[in-house]
Design a protein around this ligand. Sequence first.
Ligand SMILES: Cc1cc2nc3c(=O)[nH]c(=O)nc-3n(C[C@H](O)[C@H](O)[C@H](O)COP(=O)(O)O)c2cc1C
Length: 137
Amino acid sequence: MRVLVVYYSRSGNVKKTAEKAAASRNADLLEIKDTVNRKGPVGYIKSGYHAVKKKSTPIGRIDTDISSYDRVVICGPVWAGTMASPVRTFLQKYKSQIREAEYMLLHASKDNNYDGIFEEMDVILGKTAVMRTSLSR
Ligand SMILES: Cc1cc2nc3c(=O)[nH]c(=O)nc-3n(C[C@H](O)[C@H](O)[C@H](O)COP(=O)(O)O)c2cc1C
């Protein structure tokens, strides 16, 4: 089975987890590149605002043929109780190329699994993910 691990990471946590997941599954790795400056406290606030408003902020161009993979593992951080904006953009833009989806969400909270975000991701994709992982870190 050909697996692609796709991730967006603002501050490195998701990157580390995605790299480990890709290595352990012998999968390819693809970064969702941000085109918005999210550095520092201003970037943090801007990101929270974009997330709350459910904005699809622009991402870098992707040349990988996503449809050639049997499964796509989508990894991203929780922002303001919802998905990070670049992940939302990725799902919207590439949903037609994703045959089978799996989700990995990282967040700071120890007592929330953010199941609602998985539901929202399914709605955007128009399919139900085969696996959902919620990690606190
Ligand atoms: C703008 C913003 C909003 C966040 N909101 C939440 C939140 O609502 N709940 C939560 O548990 N963590 C929240 N976090 C924490 C991140 O989900 C967590 O630090 C994650 O590991 C960051 O991944 P990264 O280092 O790959 O960017 C937020 C982080 C940012 C930058």
